[in-house]
Design a protein around this ligand. Structure first.
Ligand code: HXC
Length: 258
């Protein structure tokens, strides 16, 4: 399928989605978010795709929601259009792992988009921020909730109230990103992580993703019970037998998602 604001390149088992509105630093307008939702849905439904990587340009992952598209909207417009709700739900409903590979600016909705992914690998030039406060609004795609869970109240509150940016080193130290790599190697590192994930049993990767995400939704007791149920259920799969047999036989496993 041809898109206007993103590029989708399925490389082996990985769908590499590149945000492509360079004239606006990949600002998220309805077109881009609609196309991104379609691409995610297509990746989730494509049996060959086992992991997704979302990236931007070297200068910007995404500089936020498109301010020129939002500026004239009224409260009624936002309510009736349910601004970006469906697109955000699409992320929550994608069962395959999604990696954000962030270079340059990830601001406002761009930072929130990265946080909707399962984990973030950052280039050493990455800058994260929730500068909506400078526009007279606040985050609206989960920033106040997800950033707080990632980096804690103090940093999240400061970023949302002052609009200050966090660089890659601070983002790693604070737990916002899994690791920092040189900008030139970002895509290679993200694809390598995605290919590593793609080698596993998808039944197990989907269960792991589901359980880690539940840690943000449930009490510890509920989460532990949920994880136990998922762990036990994987013993109903051929891939569990294969994975453990391969270890004991000192060979590589051949997972079949069965
Ligand atoms: C629309 C944007 C944009 C945005 C940049 N551009 N960010 N257009 N929406 N969010 C456009 C600029 O207008 C400019 O277009 C071009 O991209 C290049 O940007 P410059 O500002 O010239 O680049 P630079 O000086 O390098 O500054 C980079 C920047 C700055 C620091 C990232 O662009 C900036 O502060 N952008 C806005 C960041 C922001 O406030 N994001 C939060 C948005 S609200 P022209 O045509 O002039 O060349 C949000 C709410 C989410 O995200 C909730 C939704 C539900």
């Amino acid at each position: 399928m041809a898109y206007e604001t993103i590029n989708v390149d399925v490389q082996g088992y990985v769908s590499l989605i590149t945000l492509n509105r360079p004239e606006a630093l990949n600002a998220l307008n309805s077109k881009l978010l609609g196309e991104l939702s379609s691409a995610l849905e297509a990746a989730d439904e494509n049996d060959k795709v086992r992991c997704v990587v979302i990236t931007g340009s070297e200068k910007a992952f995404a500089a936020g929601a498109d301010i020129s598209e939002m500026s004239d909207k009224s409260f009624v417009d936002m309510m009736t259009e349910k601004f970006f709700t469906a697109e955000s739900d699409r992320f929550n409903n994608t069962r395959k792992p999604i990696i954000a590979a962030v270079s340059g600016y990830a601001l406002g909705g761009g930072c929130e988009l990265a946080m909707m992914c399962d984990f973030i690998i950052a280039a050493d030039n990455a800058k994260f921020g929730q500068p909506e406060i400078n526009l007279g609004v606040i985050a609206g795609l989960g920033g106040t909730q997800r950033l707080t869970r990632y980096v804690g109240k103090a940093k999240s509150m400061e970023m949302h109230l002052t609009g200050r940016f966090m660089d890659a080193e601070e983002a790693e130290r604070s737990g916002l990103v899994s690791r920092v790599v040189p900008a030139k190697k970002l895509k290679e590192e993200a694809m390598s992580a995605a290919n590593k994930i793609a080698e596993k049993s998808m039944l197990a990767t989907m269960a792991a993703k589901d359980c880690v995400n539940k840690a943000y939704e449930m009490s510890l007791e509920q989460g532990l019970a949920y994880e136990r149920g998922q762990f036990y259920s994987l013993f109903a799969t051929e891939d569990q037998k294969e994975g453990m047999a391969a270890f004991l036989e000192k060979r590589e496993p051949q997972f079949r998602d069965r």
